[in-house]
Design a protein around this ligand. Structure first.
Ligand code: C2E
Ligand code: CA
Ligand code: CA
Ligand code: CA
Length: 279
């Protein structure tokens, strides 16, 4: 029995060393990926379901890993939040997004607003506003087409501080959207104070529409809340006609999801914009 115990310890010890090594390796790989420009911006269209026109895009990161192929954010963003590498990643993705926006503007395309995901770790970092101002100024970028998506759960960890920073972002002309709304337990008193213009209904409430009575009630409540607070509303993760019909019927017209399009590489967006633009 004594020996067994010892073996178990050795086993766990070995496991932990392995995991630690894996993390060190991943950390090194991500730093290298930033240097080698292996991170790429994909763009998922947002559609006004009443007329089928594109009203914007969301930038979503993809990692074109030289050995493992295309990796999605869930495989590395949570780790980057832990280590702080998300600060570099979010900066890189913002710059990529702005460059793409300016390219589309030069081509005379109409695409609404482009939203970029940003971790609160990033917006709460000490030099964030300075860094952002520098990027905007040096690229001579018109911020009115830029939106930042911030997770509701992350805002609510430190709402007082978030309000302060979001006010500065608003002063820079940037719109703010609360991402994954309904999952982060906003207190209504804070929601009223947040300088946000849009809320995004999380995919988890959309999946079982319109059959789940609970989700029907939740989504109705969120849409009513947005109407009462004069906030724009969008739903994500819409894949099926029944989900779309329910949302439109309830007054949520802006839709993002596979029903209209998956996230697209930049070079496929131009065609999409032209096919789904006004006029
Ligand atoms: P999110 O912000 O909630 O983004 C929406 C996710 O839902 C995306 O996953 C998108 O591809 C997926 N999606 C969109 N429509 C549908 C649909 O109809 N069905 C299904 N099943 N999925 C759909 P993705 O691209 O894997 O991103 C996952 C998360 O990673 C994002 O969730 C966001 O929180 C985070 N993320 C992505 N890019 C960045 C970034 O540049 N910076 C940071 N900090 N986070 C990012
Ligand atoms: Ca998002
Ligand atoms: Ca979301
Ligand atoms: Ca989500």
């Amino acid at each position: 029995a004594k020996d067994d115990g010892k073996n178990t310890y050795q086993f766990y010890d070995k496991k932990m060393t392995e995991m630690a090594l894996q993390k060190i390796q991943l950390d090194a790989d991500i730093r290298k990926a930033l240097k080698n420009k292996e991170f790429v911006a994909y763009f998922q269209p947002k559609i006004d379901a009443r007329n089928g026109k594109v009203v914007g895009f969301e930038t979503l990161i993809r990692w074109m890993h030289p050995q493992k192929g295309m990796m999605v954010p869930d495989e590395f963003i949570p780790f980057c939040e832990e280590t702080g590498l998300v600060l570099e990643i979010d900066k890189y993705m913002l710059i990529q997004s702005i460059k793409q926006i300016m390219k589309w503007q030069k081509e005379g395309l109409e695409f609404g607003k482009v939203s970029v995901n940003v971790s609160t770790k990033k917006i709460e970092s000490s030099n964030y506003i300075e860094e952002l101002t520098y990027i905007i100024d040096s690229l001579q970028f018109d911020t009115s087409v830029l939106e930042l998506e911030i997770l509701e759960g992350q805002i609510m960890k430190n709402p007082q501080k978030s309000i302060e920073i979001l006010n500065k972002l608003r002063d820079l002309g940037i719109s703010i959207s609360i991402d994954d709304f309904g999952t982060g337990y906003s207190s209504l008193s804070y929601l009223k104070k947040l300088p946000v213009t849009k809320i995004k209904i999380d995919r988890s409430f959309v999946i079982d529409l319109p059959t789940s009575k609970d989700d029907v009630a939740i989504v109705r409540t969120i849409i009513n809340l947005a109407e009462n607070l004069k906030l724009e509303i969008i739903a994500e993760g819409v894949e099926k006609r029944e989900q779309l019909d329910f949302l439109v019927n309830e007054g949520c017209y802006n839709i993002q999801g596979y029903y209209f399009s998956r996230p697209l590489p930049a070079d496929e967006c131009k065609e999409f914009i032209i096919a789904h633009s006004k006029g």
